[in-house]
Structure formats: C-alpha cells, structure tokens
Design a protein around this ligand. Structure first.
Ligand SMILES: NC(=O)c1ccc[n+]([C@@H]2O[C@H](COP(=O)([O-])OP(=O)(O)OC[C@H]3O[C@@H](n4cnc5c(N)ncnc54)[C@H](OP(=O)(O)O)[C@@H]3O)[C@@H](O)[C@H]2O)c1
Length: 311
C-alpha cells in the first residue's frame, strides 16, 4: 500500500487510473483546479476511503510542498493540447514538472511517474513537443527516482480522440487528410496504459524513459477508415493542401477549444510510433493487448444511425 499523489487526475487517463490504484489498496490523493466541476466525477472513480480530492493551484509551492512531503509516489498527468494566455506549453509541460521534480527530490519520495508523449524528440518545430522534452530534461536532472512514460495516442470510450473524430465523421460529407493521412500511430487503449503504470509501480521501475505503444501501427488514414467502418459511414477522405490546412488551423485557434491548431498540424507531420532509440513497454514485458478495431466497436454504435440495436 502506497500513498499516491496524482496531478491532472480528472483527465482521461486519471479517471481510469484512480480506480485501479485504489483497488490495489493504494491511498490516492488527486489534485484538481476545480472541485465543483470535477469533484463528483472524481469521487466515483475510487473505492471509498482510499480516495482523497484536493483543490489547489498547481503553481502554489507551499501547497505542493505540503502534498508531496506526505507522499510515497507522485504521478503527473497534467497536460494541454493548445495554449491559452498564461496556460502556455512552457509553463505546463516544462516549468511544472521542473517544480514537482525538485519537490520530489527535496522530500526524497519513492518515485515520480511523469507522463510525457511519444515522438517528441523528432518534432523539433512543434512547441508542444519541445515543451514536453524540456520537462523531461528538467526531471532527469532534478530527481533520480523518476519514470518517464511516453505514450502514443491513448483512446477509450471517454477520450477526446476517437469520440471527437466519430462525431465529425458522422456529420461531415468530406474529411480532410493532412500529409495524405500517412502519419503513423500506435494507438494504446487506456486500460493497457493503466496496466503499464501499475507495473511500473509494482516492479519499482526507476530512472527509465519508456515509450508506450499499442499492439498495432496504423496510419491516420487507416484509423479514420476503421472509425468510418465501425459507424457505418461513407465520409470521403480528401488529401488537403498544407497551405489551406494552415489557414483553417489559424481560424480554429480563435475558438476556446480549437479542433486543430498550427502547432498540432506541425506535430502531425511526425510518426508517433516506437523510435527504437529508447526502451518500450514491450522491453519491460508489459505488452499492450487491446486492438483498436475491436475496442472501438464496443462504443462506436453511439455514432451509428439508429444506435446500438439498428440493423
Ligand atoms: N490522451 C492521450 O492520447 C495522450 C497521449 C500522449 C501523452 N498524453 C499526456 O498524458 C497526460 C494525461 O493525458 P490525459 O489525456 O489524461 O489529459 P486530459 O484529459 O487533457 O487531462 C489533463 C488534466 O490536466 C489538468 N490540467 C490541464 N490544464 C491545467 C492547468 N493549466 N493547470 C493545472 N492543471 C491542468 C486537468 O486537471 P484539472 O482540471 O482537474 O485541474 C486535466 O484533467 C498529459 O500530459 C498528456 O499530454 C496523453
């Protein structure tokens, strides 16, 4: 039984991880910025008595001090996909991991698990990727008992990836393909990713950067085709000139939650699969099992005409 502190636990990965951790009798504390918004969801994720929720500003150093000094293991799941005012990539992906890892070192906790992202070393023109890489470097120099996980795209019934894509594919007659849809991903089901985190804790895997991938490599076009098949739609996939894509991204950036940004467009250029330069979950004997096509079929009916029982 460990005392585990999670930052960003109300997000997609956190919501799935909390229950698994409390089931193993770990005492979990989740830090959120907004208890009113996230409290009721978080409360139902873990076994009663094993889950504590704290509302805090993640940049309030006194508060972080108090939380980390009573912790065995800290997990950082805080991340953003687009910047808004003070919510810059640099602040969230570099400065915050820097502060946390310094505190982990100060109180000499047992382990700091940080979730970064796959493919960031290659994506040198992406601010998102470079800020994630900057965060990793700070952690490695601040605290020796780190474990950095670099997942490819993570999906499940309550993600922001397959669900958003299925919503768009079910509405639009045509769908743009950037870079001809050739960019490769290795989709990882959130259950498989949580298993990796559980093994990292159980086996006390320290001082490692681990690339985390699913059982298959699929191009973006293949992913879209599998989604279209599962929702029984014939949306036409059209390769899109980059110049027009950039203008569209620029327009989307004006919305509070942009569907795509210029930075994401740059990131999409790079394959999101094993680099072969780092160790992966497979090297640690933690192979992902769940296949993309089989898993999305379990929830894609929500986007089908007539729903689950339609013929
Ligand atoms: N999902 C994927 O496909 C994927 C792939 C590769 C890497 N990752 C990385 O894995 C981590 C977790 O991913 P996820 O999908 O679970 O993310 P998510 O659903 O977007 O949740 C991220 C959490 O971060 C917290 N957060 C966001 N902005 C914040 C801010 N300005 N200040 C403080 N907290 C903030 C939020 O917690 P509160 O609202 O409760 O404060 C939110 O619940 C992220 O670092 C992400 O980059 C994810």
């Amino acid at each position: 039984m460990k005392k585990i502190l999670i930052f960003g636990g109300s997000g997609h990965i956190g919501r799935h991880l909390i229950g698994r951790l409390t089931k193993q009798n770990h005492l979990v504390t989740v830090v959120t910025r907004n208890l009113h918004k996230n409290g009721s969801i978080l409360k139902t994720q873990g076994n009663p008595g094993y889950l504590n929720i704290v509302e805090a500003n993640i940049f309030d150093e006194n508060e972080i001090d108090n939380l980390i000094k009573n912790t065995d293991i800290c997990i950082n799941l805080v991340g953003i996909l687009f910047e808004k005012k003070k919510n810059s990539f640099n602040n969230i992906h570099t400065n915050f991991p820097n502060i946390i890892s310094q505190k982990c070192n100060k109180y000499n906790i047992e382990q700091f698990i940080h979730v970064s992202a796959l493919g960031i070393e290659r994506a040198i023109d992406s601010k998102y990727a470079m800020s994630k890489l900057g965060g990793e470097k700070k952690i490695i120099s601040n605290f020796s008992k780190f474990t950095i996980l670099r997942p490819s795209i993570i999906y499940s019934v309550d993600d922001n990836f397959t669900t958003n894509l299925m919503s768009l594919l079910s509405l639009l007659p045509i769908f743009p393909l950037y870079y001809n849809g050739n960019t490769k991903f290795s989709p990882l089901h959130v259950s498989d990713f949580c298993e990796i985190i559980l093994k990292v804790i159980k086996n006390n895997i320290l001082a490692e950067v681990i690339e985390c991938v699913g059982p298959e490599e699929l191009s973006f076009k293949e992913i879209l085709k599998k989604l279209l098949k599962s929702i029984n739609k014939n949306t036409i996939l059209i390769p899109f000139p980059l110049k027009i894509a950039k203008i569209i991204a620029l327009l989307f950036e004006m919305f509070p939650k942009p569907l795509i940004t210029k930075d994401q467009l740059r990131l999409l250029k790079y394959d999101n699969i094993l680099s072969k330069e780092n160790k992966s979950n497979i090297d640690f004997g933690i192979k992902a099992k769940l296949k993309f096509e089989e898993e999305i079929l379990k929830y894609s009916y929500m986007w089908k005409n007539g729903g689950q029982y339609s013929r």
